[in-house]
Design a binder for this molecule. Structure first.
Ligand code: CUA
Length: 633
């Protein structure tokens, strides 16, 4: 998409765009950041969270191909923690113990795009955060009780490029997923990419969520033509039970998509009745493909409709009332507002403009409320719950604020009148986030612009530049930028949650420990040998390990279970074994296991990796490995 920014940006805008890029003179301090005391209403005062004070909101940023989730505080925008999901993270020992190693499986990375908070009655319930992996077709669940990844589901069968995800339904019945890429199905089947139209398919998947445990499983899939499904959102209110995805490439091109998939003026959005899909599965109107109950939408009427949307659309966002569905075409400078009540009426009256492979195409003009001229390169829309919509403009590097319907006759006659404000952002904004925009009651107040380019608006860090995040106050008639910060690559989207909506634990309570390998008392620790398997049950407590000596022989399998028996918040211990690539980090009350084969002989020191006490340095021991041919005592 980058080339458009160079081709289509108007000259005046381009000046604004490139002014300041790369010129951050050393020693220059941002006005207001030092010297005079901040005005009570200054941006500095509105974002300053004094030492000892706490932020009011969490921001959960997706970490893109870092495979992680970054957690920041709002309004300070300070990075607080990183939740590793699809990749190893030595800092928390994620991917080094047996449990998380097994969860990561054969993959060393993921591509996290759209975090989705769990909901009850259309409101965030603070239980889980779901995130998708565009690269390896997975979806993960983070438990907000301890901010840890608890499940990674996938690779999902019949799914290639899990981009259109993670969209959570009103009561977290499902996380809904659509494929970005299409391939011959089931996976493993070969077909010539030149036979794309005939041999390739995409799918929309309903990932079922157990209401109690949150455990995810693949519920059903709707097989689709090989369009490239892009982004989606779930319905609410009148559109509850429905979900929407945009697509690009209804041309069904298989090569040179930049040109070949941008031929048509309109692509199809999918209008999916997921309750009907669920019913079709119950009634047995499915076939099994790679172990999944699959619905052919041509044979099961009512589960899928197409809605034409201009042009190469990207975002499609349901408003808080559930009536208005806003879709934006990257190559057309408008946001199309569709009325779900009209969509329902069109379906009822069979007001279709044709069909595609047996799936009805809803008549565009019958359901369109209006096209709002928001600006160049519109991508995503968020809502403040006060009747305003905010659309990110990639090409224009701006956010447009506009008034949602109902519109007056005068406004309808010239929808320029409903665009009430615009603010420049730096630069090339992708997603934007307003707290609760996908719920029935958005928080409003703040908007975060997630910009794809930072172009040197920070002290130089060499060619690998961070992403730029701008915090915009949306409480007034005019949007106002109040803070700018930088994140690691590469946030695509964020969810914002009120801090007081959750109460995370600070220690794993001993009373709740069910790990059979946990030991809580020094007398229960020890080293046991069964043949060539050496099993160690160890405790960690300030400032020692018990046992602090492990004896093994060359070729032995050594299994170490460590329990951090502390019940004091922030008393974390680590177990690092020198030259053995062992890195466990054990939170208070937690037990972790690592298994290793003694390939090397010698004596390997182990030590606590977290600075836990004045005698932290003394928290150490030895793993002594005798060679097979060793003679002596
Ligand atoms: Cu335990 Cu340092």
């Amino acid at each position: 998409m980058k080339p458009y920014s160079r081709l289509l940006v108007p000259a005046a805008l381009a000046v604004a765009l490139f002014a300041g890029a790369g010129c951050n003179p050393p020693g220059k301090t941002k006005a207001g950041a030092s010297g005079a005391t901040a005005d009570a209403k200054s941006p500095a005062a509105r974002t300053y969270v004094a030492p000892g004070e706490k932020d009011e909101f969490y921001v959960f940023y997706s970490g893109g191909h870092s495979g992680q989730v970054f957690v920041a505080g709002l309004p300070s925008m300070r990075h607080i923690t990183t939740i590793p999901v699809f990749g190893r993270y030595p800092g928390t020992g994620y991917g080094y113990d047996e449990e998380t190693k097994a969860m990561l499986g054969e993959y060393t990375w993921g591509d996290v795009h759209h975090p989705g908070l769990s909901k009850t009655n259309g409101q965030y319930d603070g239980r889980w955060l779901f995130v998708n992996d565009n690269a390896n077709n997975r979806i993960a669940r983070i438990d907000l009780r301890d901010f840890k990844t608890k499940q990674i589901l996938g690779p999902i069968p019949n799914s290639m490029g899990n981009h259109g995800s993670s969209f959570v339904t009103d009561n977290s019945e499902y996380v809904l997923v659509a494929t970005r890429f299409s391939t011959p199905l089931p996976k493993g089947r070969y077909a010539d990419p030149a036979d794309y139209e005939k041999e390739f398919n995409g799918a929309v998947s309903g990932i079922r969520v157990d209401p109690k445990s949150g455990t995810m499983s693949v519920g059903w899939q709707i097989l689709t033509p090989p369009f490239d499904w892009d982004l989606g959102s779930t319905g609410k209110g009148p559109s509850s039970g429905w979900a929407f995805w945009t697509s690009y490439n209804t041309e069904m091109a298989h090569d040179q998509l930049e040109a070949n998939s941008t031929q048509k003026d309109r692509d199809y959005a999918a209008v999916v009745n997921w309750r009907a899909a669920e019913a079709a599965v119950k009634e047995g109107h499915t076939t099994t493909l790679d172990g999944v109950q699959v619905i052919d939408p041509a044979k099961v009427p009512g589960v899928l409709y197409y809605l034409p949307v201009p042009k190469s659309p990207h975002g499609i966002d349901t408003d808080p009332s559930g009536r208005w569905i806003v879709a934006s075409g990257k190559l057309q400078p408008v946001a199309s507002v569709f009325d779900f009540t009209k969509i329902q009426a069109a379906i009822e009256k069979k007001d279709f403009e044709g069909e595609f492979r047996g799936v009805p195409v809803i008549r565009h003009d019958s359901v369109l409320e209006g096209e709002v001229p928001v600006g160049l390169g519109p991508l995503h829309t968020q809502y403040d719950g006060k009747g305003n919509a905010y659309t990110s403009l990639y090409i224009e590097s701006a956010v447009a604020k506009w008034k949602m319907p109902p519109w007056t006759a005068e406004e309808k006659a010239d929808l320029n009148k409903v665009v009430t404000d615009k603010i420049a952002v730096h630069y090339n904004i992708g997603h934007l986030a307003i707290g609760g925009s996908d719920t029935t009651q958005p928080y409003g107040r703040y908007l975060i612009a997630m910009n794809k380019m930072s172009k040197g608006r920070h002290i130089s860090v060499g060619p690998s530049q961070p992403e730029d995040s701008e915090l915009i106050d949306i409480t007034g008639a005019k949007m106002e930028e109040i803070y700018e910060t930088f994140t690691e690559p590469e946030p695509h989207f964020a969810q914002i949650l009120k801090a007081d909506a959750i109460k995370p634990i600070e220690v794993y309570p001993k009373a709740e420990s069910t790990n059979p390998d946990a030991v809580w008392d020094a007398k229960d620790t020890g080293v046991t040998r069964h043949g060539n398997v050496v099993e160690v049950k160890m405790i960690a407590i300030r400032s020692h390990f018990t046992p602090d000596r492990i004896d093994a022989n060359e070729g032995d399998d050594v299994i170490i279970h460590v329990t951090n028996v502390e019940q004091t918040p922030d008393m974390i211990h680590g177990l690092g074994i020198v030259e053995q690539n062992v890195n466990l980090v054990i939170d208070p009350g937690e037990t972790k296991t690592v298994r290793l084969t003694m390939k090397k002989t010698g004596v390997f020191p182990f030590y606590c990796t977290n600075f836990c006490s004045a005698l932290h340095q003394e928290m150490q021991g030895y793993l002594a490995v005798k060679p097979a041919n060793y003679v002596g005592k």
